[in-house]
Design a protein around this ligand. Structure first.
Ligand SMILES: Nc1ncnc2c1ncn2[C@@H]1O[C@H](COP(=O)(O)OP(=O)(O)OP(=O)(O)O)[C@@H](O)[C@H]1O
Ligand SMILES: [Mg+2]
Length: 364
């Protein structure tokens, strides 16, 4: 059997700044060659985790291993890492070539080897020909490409990227996402990518670690995180969702019936209970979550769909789809659909439906 090698292992990392607990017992593994994303809201401890791996801070408790070696107390320059920060971190008074040469000189690489490696690194990020430019003479996207090349040129054991795209416009972000993913696979370097943007995380990562308040909420592939969120936090943080309040009216084999506050009944597959307490009894107050793209609207649905009636209150064109806001038993239901029917107007009564397997339940 092939052994899975972890390039990074963090065990029970605990860190306090003053009285503020910033990491409350973080455990995580990064597998060899993968692109792992740390995803979570501002202040949840992503940069702190990265700084711990890079050696810029020490944990108060816990252990860190890189390629099987215990790293507690080892200074950053002995960890062999490449890092790209959120704010541009190029030396402003050096050309592109000099920026890349800097780290190689510290590693005492010969002049000829430097030239060869810089050429390769700039080719990889598609920046050949800009060797003599200064950072101020380049666009934001070009500067971040050079920053990535500078991190890669020293052939690091690990590449750490802290929100490297957050200062760029939407189109450039999209372009660089694709490029970083391609580059990472081409070079094969184990990479930890930090972002608070869920779309970025879903589209780029081999695996995602969702963090909240200094703790790991869930680790998994993008599809696992999106389709099987383990907690309400993960469900809400990743993607859009509709939330409805009610109480459990009946429990049958495989199916739970929830009555909303105004009488309407919804079906939930029994396996779809989230949260720490998954035991359910009749009368329990619950919240139901349904993703907007799981709601079918207007047309005739499969018999397995749970059908309901709504009134349209807004229709928003998003380019690739329509977002319909509909009033449903006193709540607003968001629906995402590719097209609208010509007869629909504000106030129209339309049918909606969803599969009971697409409804998630959590106790209140
Ligand atoms: N050197 C420090 N001294 C005191 N508090 C700090 C220090 N560094 C970080 N913190 C605090 O630790 C918490 C986590 O910070 P961290 O930078 O890890 O968050 P983050 O997840 O990277 O957030 P963001 O998405 O905004 O970059 C925050 O509350 C922050 O204010
Ligand atoms: Mg940060």
């Amino acid at each position: 059997m092939q052994q899975i090698i972890n390039d990074v292992e963090i065990r029970g990392a605990y860190k306090k700044f003053g009285s503020n607990v910033v990491l409350g017992g973080v455990d995580l593994d990064v597998k060899q060659g993968e692109l792992l994303t740390l995803l979570g809201p501002s202040g949840c401890g992503k940069t702190t985790t990265l700084n711990l791996i890079a050696g810029f801070i020490d944990a108060d408790q816990g252990e860190l291993f890189i390629k099987g070696k215990r790293m507690n107390g080892v200074p950053p320059y002995k960890r062999d890492l490449g890092m790209v920060f959120q704010t541009y971190s190029l030396f402003p008074h050096m050309t592109v070539y000099e920026n890349l040469e800097f780290g190689l000189k510290l590693h005492k690489v010969s002049k000829a080897d430097c030239a060869r490696r810089i050429k390769n690194a700039l080719e990889t990020v598609k920046m050949t020909g800009l060797e003599e430019r200064y950072p101020r003479e380049m666009s934001g996207g070009q500067r971040q490409r050079v920053a990535i090349a500078r991190a890669l040129v020293v052939q690091p054991k690990l590449l750490l990227l802290d929100e490297p795209l957050s200062n760029l416009d939407a189109k450039l972000r999209q372009e660089l996402r694709v490029e970083i993913k391609r580059l990472q696979k081409e070079v094969g370097v184990t990479t930890i990518f930090v972002t608070h943007d869920q779309e970025e995380a879903l589209s780029m990562s081999d695996r995602i670690i969702v963090m909240d308040k200094g703790k790991v909420e869930q680790a998994g592939t993008p599809t696992e995180i999106y389709a099987n969120p383990r907690s309400e936090f993960v469900f809400n943080f990743i993607g859009k969702s509709n939330c409805l309040h009610g109480s459990i009216a009946s429990i049958d084999t495989g199916m739970i019936t929830v009555q909303l506050e105004n009488g309407e009944k919804l079906l939930v597959e029994a396996g779809n209970v989230m949260g720490e307490d998954r035991s359910c009894s009749i009368g329990d107050s619950v919240k139901l979550y349904i993703r907007p793209e799981k709601v079918a609207i207007g047309s005739i649905f499969d018999p397995e769909y749970d059908p309901h009636t709504v009134h349209i209150s807004q229709m928003n064109y998003l380019g690739s789809a329509w977002e319909i806001l509909a009033s449903f038993q006193g709540s607003v239901l968001q629906v995402q659909c590719p097209d609208i029917e010509p007869s629909w107007m504000i106030g129209s009564e339309v049918k909606v439906g969803w599969k009971p397997s697409d409804v998630m339940l959590i106790k209140r």
